[in-house]
Design a protein around this ligand. Structure first.
Ligand code: PHE
Length: 451
């Protein structure tokens, strides 16, 4: 990452890179299946409240910490306070867990892309297609390796900047196309029920344990989707220009990130009602939900295989900008720590990606009887990063800022360019009291309820 130390040349450069990291499979694949699983409207409402409170607080903190210290995550925490130096490596560990399974799912997207582009879209509409695909290790392994190799090539050749430029054009196209698909989906018979389920919170029979589950799920999703609590935004912050607004950029990134997740949900959740009647088992499909429902939407559409092909290409791009930011973080850590050359550290990181990624592939196929705490490997990696490691990083970050260096440390950075920190009151209450308490609740939740 050395060559980037001169910083982002423009405000839009920073926002694009940060948004490129944030917008990815988390928005399009992960958010809709969680919304379907955790009660639709209640999840959506909870998520939006968390974005403007927790998401805002943590993103402002991380970007400011990076820009103030001018260091990547490893150095930044150490500089803020020696005793919190260990937090850098802990945060840096998270991408090592996420990247492998992210590449496995990126591979699933490639499989659908190939299926649509090669004119076999209709095959993918049957319920058995996805199950058949992941239950044998061969194909998922091949697609996983292709996806990981693509990510690595971009990192090795240092062409992220080029990718960002392309995605500057492609992301608005993705938004426009998604809105079009959402409008189409909502005109299909049966969509009304699904729309109601997705946007209207229904508190009937809502229990405390469901509340805990929903908050824990939404919080994990928040970290994942906004690329928080793993040091990425700290590192990006260190490249940000001093004259740009931390608060304004945070708002723009969170708005864009949430908008894409919302639209993806608007397509996928109602589709469950249109094509599967919206019964509990259909809503609980988990990681496979997007792959099972989308082909049906495209199949019902005139020219749907073209729309579907275009959609999967755009999703693959969104995913690549995220996995590049993940792998880039891993590589810069290995380069720094072991004083290796960039290519050598990329190879080391790829090895980690391969081994852990294969566990995720095999966990759904040959080894599907092997579970850890009742979870398959992929689900376990997802759980341990989002529900355990990230809340720990967030909790300790809040303690560092709220009680050790004091919120003023961050507030100074947000007002550097002479602007007012408009949400100062909210920020202080969040970082000192609300965030730490909630993080402890999230960490304890798995001991009391089954997620
Ligand atoms: N935020 C990305 C997404 O929503 C995933 C990601 C997580 C990227 C962590 C970087 C770091 O897909």
């Amino acid at each position: 990452m050395e060559e980037k130390k001169e910083g982002f040349g423009s405000k839009i450069g920073f926002i694009l890179a940060a948004a490129g990291s944030a917008v990815g499979l988390g928005n399009i694949w992960r958010f809709p299946y969680l919304a379907a699983k955790y009660g639709g409207g209640i999840f959506l409402l909870t998520y939006i409240v968390l974005v403007v409170t927790f998401g805002f607080t943590l993103m402002v903190t991380e970007i400011s910490l990076g820009r103030k210290t001018g260091k990547s995550v490893i150095g930044a925490y150490k500089q803020a306070d020696k005793r919190f130096g260990f937090l850098g490596p802990v945060a840096a560990l998270v991408p090592f867990i996420i990247t492998p399974y992210y590449c496995v799912i990126g591979g699933w997207v490639l499989k659908y892309l190939v299926t649509f582009v090669s004119g076999h879209a209709t095959d993918s509409t049957s319920d058995e297609f996805f199950g058949g695909f992941i239950s044998l290790p061969g194909q998922p392994t091949v697609y996983f390796l292709i996806y990981a190799a693509l990510t690595a090539l971009i990192v090795i050749f240092g062409v992220e900047k080029g990718i960002e430029k392309v995605s500057k054009i492609l992301m608005p196209v993705l938004v426009a196309l998604s809105i079009g698909i959402a409008v189409y989906t909502l005109t299909l018979p049966g969509a009304g029920e699904g729309l109601k389920y997705y946007v209207l919170p229904n508190f009937e029979g809502f229990t405390f344990s469901q509340f805990l589950k929903t908050v824990a799920g939404a919080m994990g999703q928040l970290f994942y989707s906004m690329s928080l609590a793993m040091g990425i935004m700290v590192t990006y912050g260190s490249y940000m220009r001093k004259q740009d607004s931390v608060e304004g950029s945070t708002r723009q990134i969170s708005f864009f990130d949430t908008l894409i997740a919302f639209i993806a949900g608007l397509i996928i959740v109602p589709s469950v009602f249109i094509f599967s009647g919206g019964d509990a088992s259909a809503l609980n499909k988990g990681p496979s939900l997007m792959f099972v429902t989308l082909p049906k939407v495209f199949d019902s559409m005139k020219g749907g295989h073209i729309v579907g092909g275009a959609f999967f290409i755009l999703v693959a791009f969104a995913a690549l900008t995220s996995s590049v930011s993940l792998l880039e973080t891993m590589v810069s850590i290995i380069t720094e720590k072991f004083k290796l050359k960039r290519v050598a550290s990329t190879v080391v990181c790829l090895l980690v990606v391969f081994v852990l990624g294969m566990l995720s592939v095999l966990g759904y196929s040959s080894w599907d009887s092997v579970t850890i705490f009742g979870m398959q490997f992929l689900d376990f990696f997802d759980f341990i990063s989002n529900n355990i490691m990230m809340p720990i990083v967030a909790l300790l970050t809040c303690i560092l800022i709220g009680y050790i260096v004091k919120p003023k440390y961050i507030e100074e950075e947000t007002t550097l360019n002479g602007e007012k920190f408009r949400s100062k009151g909210l920020y202080e209450v969040m970082v000192k009291y609300v965030c730490p308490v909630f993080m402890i609740i999230i960490l304890l939740t798995p001991f009391f309820v089954e997620l």
